[in-house]
Design a protein around this ligand. Structure first.
Ligand SMILES: NC(=O)c1ccc[n+]([C@@H]2O[C@H](COP(=O)([O-])OP(=O)(O)OC[C@H]3O[C@@H](n4cnc5c(N)ncnc54)[C@H](OP(=O)(O)O)[C@@H]3O)[C@@H](O)[C@H]2O)c1
Length: 200
């Protein structure tokens, strides 16, 4: 399959790349070091990405920014970061990408554990993750031409403990290769509308 992987240089993206690269053709996309440039917070940039990528069979997103801060410090602008990037960025990959994918193609997005098991300062991330999980359930019922959409919801990766460990005290990390397997299940399988939880 020809797969467009957005966020390939990141912690999750690297694990997914390593899992899938040996038996799929992967085109990487991101704001810096990638085959194709994209800023997922900009719908025009996403449209240009699909124009540049040509016909593809699967889209994987392992990206999306969210602002972390205590609820008492959060404001409208802080929330808007996650809404524009992780939430609408990934939703726009589906809204725009549905017109470019080959018949039977798939989208696999990313959310995370926090909407099920909240951490301090994680309210915006929890809100966005919950909205994404709901979007996938609903969008899967309407996608045309046999297109599928799933989402992977991991706990913290082992590879991210140095960065996120202090925020996830008491959470057991999961190997990145286990998270990558959930992406493989989505891409190579037939399921749709699913939230694949990993590590919890
Ligand atoms: N790490 C974890 O343990 C974990 C667990 C659960 C869920 N998640 C979720 O998984 C997602 C990725 O996390 P991560 O830890 O892998 O992040 P990361 O290591 O910071 O990587 C982020 C990736 O997104 C790309 N990117 C940044 N801004 C972008 C933009 N505007 N448009 C398109 N791509 C952009 C980055 O590209 P550049 O390198 O070029 O900047 C990089 O490839 C996040 O939404 C996070 O909440 C992560």
């Amino acid at each position: 399959m020809k797969i467009l992987l957005i966020g390939a240089s990141g912690t999750v993206g690297q694990a997914v790349y390593q899992e899938l690269a040996h038996d799929h053709e992967i085109i990487t996309a991101g704001p810096n070091q990638a085959d194709l440039k994209v800023d997922i917070s900009d719908p025009a940039s996403i449209k240009q990405l699909f124009e540049n990528a040509g016909k593809i069979d699967a889209v994987i997103s392992t990206t999306g920014q969210v602002h972390f801060a205590p609820l008492s410090d959060m404001n409208h602008e802080n929330y808007q970061i996650g809404l524009d990037s992780k939430l609408m960025g990934q939703i726009n990959l589906v809204l725009i990408g549905q017109h470019y994918l080959n018949d039977g193609g798939s989208f696999t997005l990313i959310s995370g554990i926090i909407n099920h098991d909240p951490i301090p300062a994680g309210s915006a991330a929890a809100t966005v993750n919950g909205a994404l999980d709901s979007f996938v359930l609903a969008a899967s019922t309407e996608l045309p031409r046999g297109l599928r959409v799933n989402i992977v919801s991991p706990t913290m990766l082992e590879e991210a403990v140095e960065k996120y460990g202090p925020a996830f005290k008491g959470y057991k990390p999961v190997p990145g290769k286990d998270v990558a397997l959930a992406f493989r299940k989505s891409v190579d399988g037939l399921q749709t509308g699913r939230v694949f939880k990993v590590g919890y």
